[in-house]
Each structure stands twice: as C-alpha cells, then as structure tokens.
Design a protein around this ligand. Structure first.
Ligand code: AMP
Length: 253
C-alpha cells in the first residue's frame, strides 16, 4: 500500500479581493483571510479516497510556511490525513520562497518518509506558478502525472487521465510518482466538526528547511508588483444603430 505525501499551501482566500502594497513589492497579507489552496483540497481528497479504497496506508500533509500554515495542515488532518509536517519559515522568508525551494523540501521529505506518491495542487492561486509538482518530480527523478482528471491504481502503477488543451490524455506510469490535481479530479469533502476536533490530536512535526538541507536563498528578484489596468466603465446603447454609431465614433469600425 502506498504512503502518500500531500502538499498544502496557505494562500489568500480565493474570495478575497487582493490589494497591492503601496511599495509595489507584494500584496497585502496582514489581516486578510487565508485558506488552504483550493487545488490542495482536491489533492488531499484524492489521497483520502485512496486510503478509503485501501490503496494508501498513510497520508502525510506538508506545508512550508510561517506559523499560521499549521492551520491548513489541521484542515488536511480533519479531512483525513494521518499526520502533518510543518516546515517553518518566517513570514518575510515566505514572501520570497520559490517553487524550486518547496520542490527540494518536498523531494527530501518524500525520500525521508519513504513516500510512494506525492500529490500536489496543479497550481497555487497566489503566485500561479504551476511549477512545484514538475520540479519535485525532476528533483526526485520520478515520473509525473500533472493536471490529473482521474487517477486509477493498477497492478503496474497508475493510469492517469490528464486535462490538456482541447481534451483529455490518458497515460500510464509506475510508482513512485508525483501527481498534480486539476479542478475536476474530485469534489473535496468538508471537514466535519468531530473530525476537526480529532485532528487537533493528530501528530504534527515541526522542522526547518535547514533540517532538510535545503537552502532557501531567493534566486529570483521581484522587481515590481502592480494592479491590473483599471477597465473603463461600459455604456448601454438603445439599439444596433446606436451601437454602430458608437463604434464608428470610437474608431473601432
Ligand atoms: P505552484 O507551483 O506554486 O503553483 O504550486 C503547486 C502546488 O505545489 C500547490 O498546489 C501545493 O500543492 C504545492 N505547494 C506549493 N507551495 C507550497 C508550500 N509552501 N507548502 C506546501 N505545498 C506547496
């Protein structure tokens, strides 16, 4: 049976209107609601489903981030993960943490924990990098199944249906492997109150990148963060003639 490592990132909640800091070096995070990255909920759900089908023996939820990242680990534990690993970095370091750093951390943990499967989200909705799963597979030299729409365990390994431009692609891979969860892979369950209570008692190990021998010095410098251009307000026109006149006036036709 597989031991599964799941990556859960704490990000600004998807429903929050993100604001750029006046210094244009990042976005406002203080006093802003944070949650588990939505694609990571799907990754956790897939791991829990494997365990329910007796195809996984243990689920380890990992989050790299500041102290508050423990909240998303607890959510993963309430959804059905067995134990958590919090790789702690300061809030300042977290802002500069890049997918390559996280990939090296996850890869080292996957080896230390003897994982057979690493399941991540397809992308984190804060930096939209879509790099961590691919780079984790590269660091480990394991096969990867990205943008998973369906995952089936077979005797030889896994059959994976992937979401690609214009359709679905089916691939077969051996284990160990790294997967990334796309939106339609499953519908994540809600953590129930009794499970939230139980999750408080599940083990949560704390470590640092240094414990894992990973150097988190930034390799990329953020030059500027800016709001998207403000869209001009639209106007309602009475009929097609007025529309055509307006378009001509604006030099569009
Ligand atoms: P990204 O490559 O940044 O878009 O992230 C893709 C996926 O990698 C996320 O959905 C998570 O599953 C995982 N991941 C990224 N950053 C972290 C982190 N700090 N802690 C745990 N998992 C992470």
């Amino acid at each position: 049976m597989a031991r599964v490592l799941v990556g859960v990132k704490r990000v600004i909640d998807y429903a929050v209107k993100v604001r750029v800091k006046p210094e244009k070096n990042g976005v406002v995070t203080q006093g802003v609601k944070h949650s588990m990255n939505p694609f990571d909920e799907i990754a956790v759900e897939e791991a829990v489903k494997l365990k329910e089908k007796k195809l996984a023996s243990e689920i380890i939820a990992v989050s790299v981030g500041p102290t508050q990242s423990q909240e998303v680990i607890r959510t993963a534990l309430a959804m059905g993960a067995d134990r958590g690993v919090h790789v702690e970095v300061s809030a300042a370091e977290y802002e500069l943490l890049q997918p390559l750093h996280v990939s090296k951390i996850l890869a080292k943990l996957a080896l230390d924990e003897k994982a057979d499967l690493v399941i991540l989200g397809k992308q984190a909705i804060d930096d939209d990098a879509n790099q961590t799963a691919q780079m984790t597979a590269a660091v480990l030299d394991w096969p990867q199944g990205t943008f998973c729409n369906k995952v089936e365990k077979t005797d030889a390994g896994l059959t994976i249906v992937r979401e690609i431009d214009g359709g679905l692609e089916t691939i077969k891979t051996k284990m160990p492997a790294v997967l990334s969860a796309d939106l339609r892979l499953n519908t994540p369950r809600y953590a129930t109150l009794p499970n939230i209570m139980k999750a408080k008692k599940k083990p949560l190990k704390k470590m640092t990148p240094k414990d894992l021998g990973v150097d988190t010095t930034p390799r990329i410098e953020v030059v500027s963060v800016e709001d998207p251009p403000v869209r001009q307000a639209g106007a309602t026109v009475a009929d097609v003639d007025a529309l055509v006149a307006k378009l001509k006036e604006g030099g569009h036709i």
